[in-house]
Design a protein around this ligand. Structure first.
Ligand code: NAP
Length: 191
């Protein structure tokens, strides 16, 4: 995730205005390690997701509505699949249905081997609502956060939204600053 100094994760509905070339490199480096990417439908609709460049990588889109462009590369490539509930309409893509009227993310993560048999590293790419649900479910092990050296105001979502009051303590594992004052951090959950 990338955030402004005043805590917003978007400018005009997109994360790109907060990012930097190095932040993009960090994202791509993490993507290269991930077996499965999990991302919220709002982020896919806002940012546009295509087929992954890593062979065999799968991208699980968390959605209740199923309102996604299933004719786009993400799904026609066979990489994309839905993480959804029993009530989500069948859109003709592979689905992991985890819950009757809600999405049980704990069950979703446990059942990922049905989609990607050797899955070891799952990268969550936001947005705020998915992050909030992951926090609620105690499923956040690490946070890679870039602080963008700007204040942006507005009503953009913070890193996590919609969860209950959760206390998840983290330890700083990496800290780096570039010449343009972007701060790159990696945090691991305190055990
Ligand atoms: N700065 C960054 O690093 C960064 C990273 C990612 C995204 N973003 C930005 O964040 C914005 C999107 O944020 P968002 O809050 O809309 O987040 P989101 O989590 O990407 O999308 C929310 C949607 O995903 C589905 N969803 C996610 N979690 C769910 C859950 N636990 N249960 C049921 N449905 C769930 C629902 O889809 P349906 O509506 O299909 O049912 C929901 O409407 C975009 O503007 C994007 O650009 C920024």
């Amino acid at each position: 995730m990338v955030s402004s100094l005043d805590g917003s994760t978007v400018v005009a509905g997109k994360s790109a205005p907060l990012s930097s070339p190095l932040d993009t490199e960090v994202l791509f480096a993490l993507r290269a390690l991930a077996d499965v990417i999990v991302v919220g439908a709002g982020t896919v609709r806002a940012e546009g997701y295509g087929a992954p460049s890593k062979a065999g990588q799968r991208i699980g889109v968390v959605t209740m509505s199923g309102d996604l462009d299933v004719d786009g590369d993400l799904f026609t490539s066979g990489a994309g699949f839905f993480i959804c509930s029993d009530s989500t309409p069948d859109r003709g893509v592979e689905t992991l249905r985890v819950g009757t009227d809600h999405i049980d993310l704990d069950q979703a993560i446990r059942r990922l081997p049905e989609i990607s048999p050797d899955v070891a590293f799952v990268q969550a790419e936001g947005g705020a609502r998915l992050n909030g649900a992951l926090l609620d479910a105690g499923l956040v092990d690490e946070l890679h956060l870039t602080l963008s050296p700007r204040l942006v105001g507005g009503d953009g979502p913070r890193l996590a939204a919609g969860s209950g009051d959760v206390t998840c303590d983290l330890d700083l594992a990496h800290l780096a600053v570039d010449d343009d004052s972007f701060v790159y951090t990696r945090w691991t959950r305190r055990t």
